[in-house]
Design a binder for this molecule. Structure first.
Ligand code: HAM
Length: 426
């Protein structure tokens, strides 16, 4: 029989890789706590219907869907946002608004596996429901950036590229994109940077039916180096001034929160998912070597589409895969080593009950304790203690036991002392 392996795009988490995941998730949870977000979760399997149309064609192609034994069309969750919208929608009247919730679901997408893209990943979702003020938009990006900062990354390592679908929509309409071709146009623009520019121009023509001069105008829009230049070049476009003012306010809030260096306006950011309606962003490594670390934005119509209530909403998802790659690259991952507070060495079988009693008391006091699970020589037991990262070894032997004592050895210094049994548990 040949040995089994995991499926392509799925990971085994051996303790040293699990430690990386735990480190990242620990920082995600801590950051969410600092910003006053509450944790929630939903089912990993949902009705297929939840993802059709609302999320967009790309994610639907990647669904892990099947018919269950009861004949229901179901799918593993490819993202958390529809579940969140459904859950908040169902209890909206009772919940204090704005709702500030976070979750760390494992998500499943049948993607072409490549660097930074697997078929399962963990994604930190942070969302606010029930607030349309632009300060909420600044708040969610601040949460994402603060977590990255807490992980040790700086504005030299990562950048948040920000745009606003309302601004882009007005500019695209002005450039001659027909209103019904906006979704197709966004889907192609989303591939900029990942696909050759010539190919993007062809696709804008083939998939969105755009005329050559419209495509040229779109690239002129994308050519503006700064927010201010673009704003003044198109100041006359109907309704644009108001949208520009809101985005300017957003940048002011982020400056005041200390994240000015991390953010940059980039009109080519549209996001691949269909439901976004306002400010959108993606966080990338500055060097531009990796896929997006994080993406999100405002989706004011999704609750109305998936529930009985109509509430504005916004948030982001940050994946663990690209983030772990970037942290490893920058030497920001903690080195892994197993550790124990105590290892108990029993000299002979006669000391076993005493050793077990001692272990019980130490564990009861909150310490981590291990010992050999079969009789072995003292040297062997010490070797095991060392390999398991024990800080201290307690040796119980017949003479010490008779004297009501044990020997405690500090493994780092080698210092040994005799301690009365009653004083072993601090
Ligand atoms: P998304 O851009 O599809 O957004 O995913 C967010 C992040 O999850 C990506 O930037 C990436 O780091 C990670 N990610 C996505 N797919 C994969 C994959 N196949 N392998 C590894 N990592 C991946 C969403 O899912 C939105 N629902 C986020 C959101 C929450 N928007 C508002 N609230």
């Amino acid at each position: 029989m040949s040995a089994f392996t995991s499926l392509p795009g799925f990971r085994d988490f051996y303790p040293e890789t699990f430690a990386v995941r735990a480190h990242i998730m620990g920082v995600w949870r801590e950051t969410a706590r600092r910003y006053g977000f509450e944790e929630y979760d939903g089912p990993p399997l949902e009705p297929l219907e939840l993802y059709i149309e609302k999320s967009g064609a790309e994610i639907v192609r990647q669904l892990y869907n099947f018919t269950d034994k009861g004949g229901r069309e179901v799918s593993l969750r490819p993202e958390m946002t529809p579940t969140l919208a459904r859950m908040v929608g169902a209890r909206a009247r009772a919940l204090r608004k704005p709702v500030r919730w976070f979750s760390i679901p494992q998500l499943f997408r049948y993607e072409r596996t490549q660097r930074g893209r697997l078929r399962e990943h963990f994604q930190w979702n942070v969302d606010i429901v029930g607030e349309d003020h632009v300060l909420a938009d600044a708040e969610v990006l601040a949460v994402a950036l603060d977590a990255l900062r807490l992980l040790g990354l700086t504005a030299e390592d990562v950048v948040a590229r920000v745009s606003d679908r309302r601004i882009l929509e007005r500019l695209l309409l002005h450039a001659g994109v027909p209103a019904d071709q906006l979704p197709a146009t966004y889907a192609v623009i989303d591939k900029l940077g990942r696909e050759d520019e010539g190919r993007i121009r062809e696709r804008l023509h083939e998939e969105a039916g755009l005329a050559a001069e419209t495509i040229a105008e779109i690239f002129r829009i994308f050519g503006y180096g700064s927010f201010e230049e673009l704003a003044s070049a198109y100041a006359g476009v109907d309704g644009l001034a108001e949208e520009i003012d809101r985005l300017a306010e957003y940048f002011e809030h982020l400056n005041a929160m200390g994240f000015g260096d991390f953010v940059r306006f980039d009109p080519t950011i549209v996001r691949g998912l269909a439901y976004y309606t306002g400010i959108v962003f993606e966080v990338f490594d500055r060097a531009g070597e990796l896929r997006a670390i994080c993406g999100g934005g405002r989706y004011d119509n999704l609750l109305r589409a998936l529930s009985d209530v109509d509430l504005p909403a916004l948030g982001f998802g940050m994946g663990d895969v690209v983030l772990a790659e970037l942290l490893a690259d920058r030497g920001l991952l903690p080195t892994y080593a197993p550790r124990l507070d105590y290892y108990i060495v029993a000299i002979g079988d006669g000391e076993r009950p005493l050793a077990l009693n001692l272990a019980r008391r130490l564990r009861g006091a909150g310490f981590s304790v291990a010992y050999g699970l079969r009789p072995a020589g003292v040297g062997r037991q010490f070797k095991d203690a060392d390999a398991r990262g024990a800080e201290r070894v307690i040796v119980v032997g017949p003479e010490e036991a008779a004297a009501g004592e044990a020997i405690v050895k500090e493994m780092r210094t080698g210092a040994e002392s005799r301690v009365p049994l009653g004083e072993l548990v601090p």
